[in-house]
Design a binder for this molecule. Structure first.
Ligand SMILES: [Zn+2]
Ligand SMILES: [Zn+2]
Length: 451
């Protein structure tokens, strides 16, 4: 679209400058801790210069102003927060403050009398106890390897996932469970912080619904050959009452059976890409899609799925549907997934992922976190602004994390992922290097969260 004004002259686009600024707020000159604090309590935040060029002047007093982004108790007008005067001790500036409520806080530090542009600015987030006790774990619940129609080996995909900052993942090849185990086995005996979980993409016979079995202890695909499958589905069909006209009973009953089996396997049953448009129609009959939304036999919805650029409409429809169903009072656990069929093709891989807020990255905690609505789906396509979808409270917090905290986490992951790839390529010493890196992301979180 052409900007108004002189033809051929590009108007400066202020919004994109603003967006860039917002996405480069990680302060690399200082170690600032904690960054995540408890709401309705006091915390002391330390600002420790890391380099020679940013040391505090020991004789100076610094003015620290803290702006609660939403509101402060008793504060009616903006812009009148009184500065706190601080002097560095042992080269570290420490600020004691009472964080009234759950929200983002903007902290501005400047030497008394300095121009505002010389200020250091960074952000903190205060959380209520439920969210404070959880840590953010990034993951992808839907990925393919060359064992089905993807490009690279399962182990390569796992290492590449760490390289882009993920804490957990599963290979979910079409109708195949073994590749997910192969990915984990390739690194067995090593000290790894990436959690590699079992999984598969399930395609029940004569049923167009795609289902991901994330984390289940056994394969669902392998059960389709057994007589239990048809018998189990027939029993479910017989129990279906109040069934709407215009929907086939079998595919719906087949979905119910699959999701039940996944739960029995201790996995998370994910309803995949409901608005995938394939050839001349939605791949899934929309009467069946509606029934799945209404009766919710699944554990989680793939809210943001791995669609190509030209398929973006499908994600838009999924978000619209989710919002509408939520407005009807339905609880809908969600994930975001790349459905990537290659890590180095420049397509899908890393574009979409999930952040789960859970006490640990262990599978039962992640699954419980998703089911209890403590997850968001993230869209982070290259060159685009990051968009987060899910419950409002979590979306707001996730934006803070993506701007301020996760870049530090992702850098550590990148280094580990690179060494994991070197290990697969047979590089000498890679296993030892991985051992020396173990536990770094957990220690970063320990450091950044208030004690
Ligand atoms: Zn699929
Ligand atoms: Zn897939």
């Amino acid at each position: 679209m052409q900007a108004a004004g002189v033809s051929g002259f590009r108007q400066p686009v202020l919004i994109s400058w603003f967006t860039v600024a917002m996405h480069h707020r990680v302060t690399r000159d200082f170690d600032i801790y904690p960054r995540i604090v408890r709401a309705r309590s006091a915390a002391t935040v330390a600002i420790r210069p890391l380099f020679d060029h940013c040391r505090w002047n020991a004789d100076h007093l610094y003015e620290v102003t803290i702006f609660p982004a939403e509101n402060a108790v008793g504060q009616v007008h903006w812009g009148n927060a009184p500065p706190i005067l601080c002097a560095p001790t042992d080269g570290v500036l420490r600020i004691a403050y009472h964080f009234d409520s759950e929200q983002e806080y903007i902290v501005r530090v400047r030497a008394s009398g300095d121009e505002p542009r010389q200020a250091l600015e960074f952000r903190l987030y205060a959380l209520e106890a439920d969210l404070f006790a959880r840590r953010p774990y990034k993951g992808d619940t839907h990925l393919h390897s060359c064992r089905s129609d993807g490009r690279e080996s399962p182990a390569y995909v796992a290492a590449a996932c760490r390289r882009i900052g993920l804490d957990f993942m599963a290979i979910t090849d079409h109708r195949l469970y073994a590749p997910s185990l192969e990915a984990a086995r390739a690194f067995s005996g090593l000290a790894l912080d990436l959690r590699i979980y079992p999984g598969e993409e399930v395609h029940p016979p004569d049923n167009r619904v795609h289902i991901v079995n994330f984390g289940g202890r056994f394969s669902i695909s392998e059960l389709f050959e057994t007589p239990e499958y048809r018998a189990g589905v027939a029993a479910i069909e017989a129990r279906l009452t109040d069934f709407p006209a215009g929907v086939d009973r079998y595919p719906y009953a087949s979905c119910v059976w699959c999701f039940d089996q996944i739960r029995q396997a201790g996995g998370l049953g994910i309803f995949c890409h409901p608005y995938w448009f394939y050839e001349h129609r939605y791949d899934l009959p929309q009467t069946l899609c509606t029934l799945l939304f209404e009766r919710q036999p699944y554990d989680a919805l793939e809210l943001i799925g791995g669609y190509q650029w030209y398929e973006s409409e499908s994600n838009s429809l999924q978000v619209a549907r989710y919002c509408e169903e939520r407005a009807h009072g339905r609880r809908i656990p969600i994930v975001g997934a790349s459905d990537a069929h290659g890590c180095d093709t420049g397509e899908l891989f890393g574009w979409f992922y999930t952040i789960v807020f859970a006490p640990t990255p262990e599978l039962p905690d992640l699954i419980a976190g998703i089911k209890e609505l403590y997850s968001v789906a993230v869209e982070a396509r290259p060159g685009e602004v990051v968009r987060v979808y899910g419950p409002f409270r979590l979306v707001k917090y996730a934006h803070f994390l993506i701007r301020e905290v996760l870049p530090l986490h992702d850098e550590l992951c990148f280094e580990e992922g690179r060494v994991m790839l070197a290990y697969l390529a047979g590089e000498e010493g890679a296993a030892e290097t991985l051992r020396s890196m173990a536990g770094r992301t957990a220690r970063l979180y320990e450091h950044l969260w208030q004690r």
